[in-house]
Design a protein around this ligand. Structure first.
Ligand SMILES: NC(=O)c1ccc[n+]([C@@H]2O[C@H](COP(=O)([O-])OP(=O)(O)OC[C@H]3O[C@@H](n4cnc5c(N)ncnc54)[C@H](O)[C@@H]3O)[C@@H](O)[C@H]2O)c1
Length: 347
């Protein structure tokens, strides 16, 4: 069902950048289910318009969609003129740590350039509320887990640095003008998919992250999983991360928007479960769901990998009343359900 602009509750009209992407699409669903009207801007660099029909199947609503690049200043200004946008959730960005090391200028140009255009257009349109997708990669590798929001920040790659610079831009803007309402969400390791299996993560090429890689081994697209390092000082020798269900993460954006209705300034929250899961534990959880073994081998450590990373989620719990609800098992069930239904990149 498409909605005419005249029917809209202006207070609840949100622009979602990167809204056809993995986390963006789940966030759009959460917003629509909470009564928001949504317009998505996405350049489809890492997603497809097919996602819109998945969102429609789940919510019964088709979000407005603008196919444009956020670095196109005129296109961004035009969106704010055409839609009665009251708040922005900014997820659009490039996200591969490895690619960012080889192509740093691409990451700084895309992630920072896009954000600057966006906040300039917001300023012109007098839209003051923005929730930004940051990442646990901004934290220093010398910070001890659990990582609280005040832990030292020192990104070790251009991707993380681009996120950190954007956080600084937003902080400086909020210091310069009290009208701004910024929420910085630092995601830990999002996995899983919508339980309907209609939206999920669709990495192009060889996946960079553990869960999508595991899934492609599970469907036989990749032969085996290489585990980087089995001799870390962890109970089973493999790295520990804080996996969080993407549906829980999506709810976090809603909680942040609600918080910003009552508060100006800049605020930051970690979104994770607060619990660590090792590589071998995740492999085992997936094996139980798919009911067969995952071929794997332990190889050498990967440069830059921290042995243990997990969040202190107290601040999100206290300020947003947000807490991750899904277990690792549920994350694996939902991710597998999506993977089985969608074995390839969007055709
Ligand atoms: N997935 C993770 O593990 C993870 C962890 C921490 C933070 N994040 C951040 O969360 C956000 C969303 O991540 P995701 O996993 O959904 O990634 P994704 O690639 O699935 O989604 C990002 C979307 O942004 C779009 N996009 C990129 N540059 C754009 C531009 N200049 N103009 C318009 N659209 C553009 C892409 O086409 C894509 O649809 C990203 O900013 C990412 O850095 C992701």
């Amino acid at each position: 069902m498409s909605v005419s602009l005249a029917d809209l509750d202006v207070e609840k009209f949100a622009l979602v950048t990167g809204g056809t992407g993995y986390i963006g699409s789940h966030t759009v669903v959460a917003l629509i289910e909470a009564g928001y009207q949504v317009v998505i801007i996405d350049n489809l660099d890492n997603s497809s318009e097919i996602v819109l029909s998945g969102i429609e199947r789940i919510t019964g609503r088709v979000p407005h969609f603008v196919h444009a690049d956020l670095r196109d200043a005129d296109a961004v200004i035009k969106i704010f003129k055409e839609y009665p946008i009251a708040s922005v959730v900014h997820l659009a960005g490039l996200k591969s740590v490895g690619e960012s090391i080889h192509s740093p200028s691409k990451y700084y140009d895309n992630n920072i350039g896009a954000t600057l255009n966006l906040v300039k257009a917001m300023q012109t349109a007098e839209v003051t509320t923005l929730v930004f997708s940051s990442s646990a990669t901004v934290y220093s590798s010398s910070s001890e887990p659990p990582l609280g929001e005040d832990a030292k920040k020192l990104p070790t790659n251009p991707y993380g640095m681009s996120k950190y610079i954007i956080e600084q831009v937003l902080t400086d803007m909020a210091l310069a003008n009290r009208k701004w309402r910024f929420g910085i969400l630092r995601y830990f390791n999002p996995i899983g998919a919508h339980p309907s299996g209609r939206i999920g993560e669709t990495p192009s090429g060889i996946p960079n992250n553990l869960m999508p890689y595991l899934m492609q081994v599970a469907i036989g697209k990749l032969a085996k999983l290489s585990i980087y390092g089995g001799d870390y000082e962890t109970p089973d020798g493999t790295c520990i991360r804080d996996y969080v269900h993407v549906v829980d993460l999506a709810r976090g954006h809603l909680a942040a928007l609600r918080f910003l209705e009552e508060a100006n300034g800049v605020h930051d929250w970690n979104l994770g479960t607060g619990k660590g899961t090792s590589v071998l534990e995740l492999v085992k959880a997936v094996e139980q769901v798919i009911e067969k073994p995952i071929p794997s081998e332990i190889i050498g450590r990967r440069k830059g990998d921290m042995p243990v990373v997990f969040a202190d989620v107290t601040k999100a719990s206290n300020e947003l009343s947000w807490r991750a609800e899904h277990t690792i098992e549920k994350m694996c069930v939902d991710h597998w359900n999506w993977q089985k239904r969608n074995p390839g990149w969007y055709q």
